[in-house]
Ligand binder design. Structure first.
Ligand SMILES: Nc1ncnc2c1ncn2[C@@H]1O[C@H](COP(=O)(O)OP(=O)(O)O)[C@@H](O)[C@H]1O
Ligand SMILES: [Mg+2]
Length: 477
């Protein structure tokens, strides 16, 4: 395609700002819902000239809005990259969705999908979406390059296109099947649930109702020969029945899918003539049947993509590697943990005066990133005072604090660079573990103490990782 045509094509993409409004209750008729959304959209555009992603919109003062609205969030933006991060509400299309968070017990009578197996373990967990139980999952995840938003956009488009009137589904081989794979603890399971939650909000226009069905893959493996296939068949039969209501979006989540989608080749090679093979066959048949229902989306995770059956992988539309966090993401994970400790007063919120000499590392740093940033920051005074009621953002550190080695931001960034390869799960544990192990309760712990404790916890984790590495090397050798 010539470059000219390509840029014209890109222009066809209308930049859209996604605004999510949690309301106290949704009107009962579709027409009223539409009117409510249109009114809120007008209110939003009238009062906000520019907004940024992640901004919480304050509603107070407006009586009419206060009566209906719980929370307004500028959730996301789709369109050409805007480096400033601010968007003029007049120059983009506004996609405003209203939703009511559903309680965990609220399942619209669809709990029958979650029948129990012989062992008394439910085969699946059923939640009405969007759910209170999942309200913080999306924001708790930290990834580079807007990975979750990108996945959400793919899936929204995918479901949207499938519903195009007159489109013959038979012409495409689309399963609406997405597989997130990568190292353990990288956030795959959390992301699956968060995506289901977001999809239910983003696709609110097309689907007035949404349900999450989380299949317990471990409960599918029966101790009785030949039973696993049957269990899978029965569970998917119920999902198929629930999906007959075209107004309900069904998000099926299969965590650690290799448990039931294991390679059939491998199990025959290993002399296994049984259940694993039948389970995989049954799953493939069930998925092929669901494929024709455009209101079903299937999200799976795996730590072991190599162990998954080729025929299953062949049906996956989106395979996404979820890596361990990068240093920048690690910084943001630590930052969110430390800020939470500050917010909850486990760590003292009194303003800590951090003073630092400016000349310590200027010009002698071997780290190219560091030198580059120092060239940008050129404040003339030799001393700087930083108040720390909050750990600074990553960009604040990069722009302002790279020559203040004793500042909270600098110290956390230095730590983050040492933690490459740690899982998100470990990273979220270390700040609180450090606090428990290396500070005394009772007296107030300052942010500086909390960071020192985090340093100690990181050092310990690195020692364990090193010992484990040496151990593996010995065994390998
Ligand atoms: N990228 C990440 N950003 C923030 N937190 C993360 C990230 N990855 C993992 N976590 C934390 O680790 C926990 C476990 O993640 P989980 O989704 O179970 O990982 P996986 O399914 O990949 O093993 C999550 O609850 C979350 O607190
Ligand atoms: Mg998992």
């Amino acid at each position: 395609m010539p470059p000219q045509a390509m840029s014209e094509n890109t222009m066809l993409l209308k930049p859209t700002l996604h605004v999510e409004v949690a309301v106290k209750r949704q009107p009962s008729s579709l027409l009223e819902v539409k009117t409510l959304r249109a009114d809120l959209k007008q209110w939003f555009v009238d009062r906000h000239v520019t907004v940024k992603i992640g901004q919480d919109i304050i509603v107070d003062g407006d009586e009419q809005c206060l009566a209906i609205v719980d929370h307004v969030g500028v959730a996301d933006y789709t369109g050409p990259l805007n480096l400033l991060g601010y968007y003029g509400t007049e120059s983009v299309q506004i996609d405003l969705q209203t939703y009511v968070l559903r309680s965990e017990t609220d399942t619209d009578g669809r709990r029958s999908i979650a029948q129990e197996t012989d062992g008394g373990v439910p085969q699946a967990r059923v939640l009405a979406l969007p759910s209170v139980a999942l309200k913080d999952e999306w924001d708790s995840l930290v990834f580079d390059d807007l990975l979750p938003s990108r996945l959400l956009r793919y899936m929204t488009r995918m479901v949207g296109m499938m519903r195009q009137p007159g489109l013959s589904l038979a012409a495409f081989n689309w399963n609406r099947l997405c597989l997130l794979h990568g190292p353990p603890g990288s956030g795959k399971s959390t992301l699956c649930r968060a995506l289901a939650q977001k999809l239910s909000i983003r696709l609110g226009d097309a689907f007035p109702r949404a349900t999450l069905i989380e299949i317990n893959t471990n409960a599918m493996l029966s101790k009785y020969f030949g039973e696993s296939g049957k269990l899978i068949g029965a569970t998917f039969e119920r999902i198929y029945a629930a999906a007959q209501d075209q107004g309900t979006l069904i998000c099926v989540v299969m965590d650690e899918v290799e448990t039931i989608a294991g390679s059939r080749e491998r199990s025959t090679e290993g002399g296994e003539c049984g259940d694993g093979l039948r389970a995989t066959n049954q799953l493939l048949t069930a998925l092929d049947r669901l494929r024709h229902l455009s209101n079903v989306i299937v999200l799976c995770t795996s730590n072991l993509i190599g162990a998954i059956d080729q025929a299953f992988l062949d049906r996956v539309d989106i395979k996404q590697l979820i890596p361990s966090p990068s240093p920048a993401a690690i910084y943001n994970i630590f930052r969110s943990c430390l800020n939470e400790l500050l917010r909850s007063s486990l760590v003292s919120t009194t303003t800590v005066q951090v003073t630092a000499r400016k000349t310590v590392t200027r010009g002698v740093s071997k780290d190219p990133r560091r030198t580059k940033i120092q060239a940008v920051s050129s404040s003339p005074e030799p001393w700087a005072v930083i108040s720390a009621p909050e750990v600074p953002t990553f960009s604040e550190v990069q722009i302002e604090l790279m020559d203040k080695p004793q500042s909270a931001g600098y110290r956390v960034w230095a730590l983050a660079q040492r933690c490459e390869g740690f899982s998100g799960r470990t990273l979220r544990r270390l700040p609180i573990l450090g606090l428990a192990m290396y500070t005394w309760g009772g007296e107030s712990v300052t942010l500086d103490n909390a960071i020192s404790a985090l340093e100690a916890a990181v050092n310990q984790e690195l020692t364990v990782a090193k010992a484990k590495g040496a151990d593996t090397d010995m065994h390998d050798g």
